[in-house]
Design a protein around this ligand. Structure first.
Ligand code: GLU
Length: 316
């Protein structure tokens, strides 16, 4: 009888410790992450995260979901259809405030995990169109992103401020399809908010001559002053075949967020595992190479999740 009590006490103590500290193993063997189109950068970053997860948790799968981009990803998270998503920080902010495209349908059940890498709003056209400035896009057939992407809203904000948004022949086509149409000459150009360089744009530039249209300095200043998430940026020379000069642009940040289906404990373990060694993560994908312990917490426009916060605070 006495032995039974002792064992019981030990068991209770172990349970209490576990409850206090959180479990050290993930509660499921499959998680989902919403990314973007296969010709974007979110998708391969999702694959990188899945690979990293496998190193400590060989039985755990991170399933990559192809989507239209940030707006769709936030809707999926809200509805509990995915556990995590890569999204633009500007779009996550609009969702949390119920502004812009989320007007009247605020999303309050999404939490921040980490800030990952800058994404540059890229204006790509077929060289033969002769388009050299955003204003030259007037009357041209341009893919402005699918309506559920973050790209679409950047295109709208930037081209509206440039005074040309209503004057272009807007096509609501994203990533993969837009590049195919440009390659085949059915579109004059496309816009893509994506990490630099985007591997699919490199491939496109090998097949058809492209030009990258700059966001003139004056417009960059206007954008930075009127929209809180844009930063001045440049596309360094030779990021893309045939692009010999540096190009003025604007950027926002890509962040990793989670929805209501991810428990605090799982969020803690995933954050600790995925971002515990930012240097190693940096080596795994060029877009993540500038990540540091501090940059992971920078410019998070929504509330950081409890688990992620704990993991970041414990990091050495
Ligand atoms: N930032 C883009 C969007 O949300 C997706 C970019 C990518 O997949 O590289 O529309």
């Amino acid at each position: 009888m006495r032995r039974y009590f002792c064992l019981n006490a030990v068991f209770m103590l172990a349970l209490m410790l576990l409850a206090g500290c959180g479990s050290s193993s993930l509660s499921r063997n499959e998680y989902t992450i919403a990314t973007g189109s296969k010709s974007g950068v979110y998708y391969p970053i999702g694959e990188t995260l899945a690979m990293i997860l496998k190193t400590d948790y060989p039985d755990v799968q991170l399933k990559i979901i192809e989507t239209a981009g940030s707006v769709e990803n936030l809707q999926m998270l809200k509805d509990g259809k995915v556990d995590m998503a890569l999204v633009q920080n500007d779009i996550a902010f609009y969702a949390s405030e119920g502004e812009a495209m989320f007007n009247g349908s605020k999303i309050t059940n999404v939490a921040g995990i980490a800030t990952l890498f800058p994404e540059v709003v890229q204006f790509i056209v077929r060289k033969e169109t002769g388009i050299k400035s955003l204003n030259d896009m007037e009357g041209k057939k341009i893919a402005v992103g699918s309506k559920n992407s973050g790209t679409y809203y950047n295109a709208q904000q930037i081209l509206s401020l440039a005074g040309v948004w209503e004057k272009i022949d807007q096509q609501f086509i994203g990533g993969t399809d837009a590049m195919k149409e440009v390659q085949e000459g059915r579109l004059d150009g496309f816009i893509f908010t994506s990490g630099l360089p985007n591997p699919s744009i490199i491939e496109l530039a090998k097949k058809v001559e492209i030009s990258i249209v700059p966001v003139e300095n004056e417009l960059v200043q206007k954008l930075v002053n009127t929209h809180p998430f844009y930063y001045p940026s440049t596309i360094a020379a030779n990021q893309y075949p045939g692009q010999t000069e540096e190009i003025s642009a604007v950027e926002i940040n890509a962040i990793l967020v989670s929805g209501p289906t991810l428990s605090d404990d799982d969020q803690y373990l995933l954050t600790r595992h995925l971002f515990g060694k930012p240097n190693e993560l940096g080596q795994s994908h060029p877009r993540l190479s500038k990540m540091t312990r501090n940059s992971l917490r920078r410019q998070m426009p929504i509330q950081t999740g409890k688990g992620a916060y704990r993991a970041h605070s414990e990091a050495p």
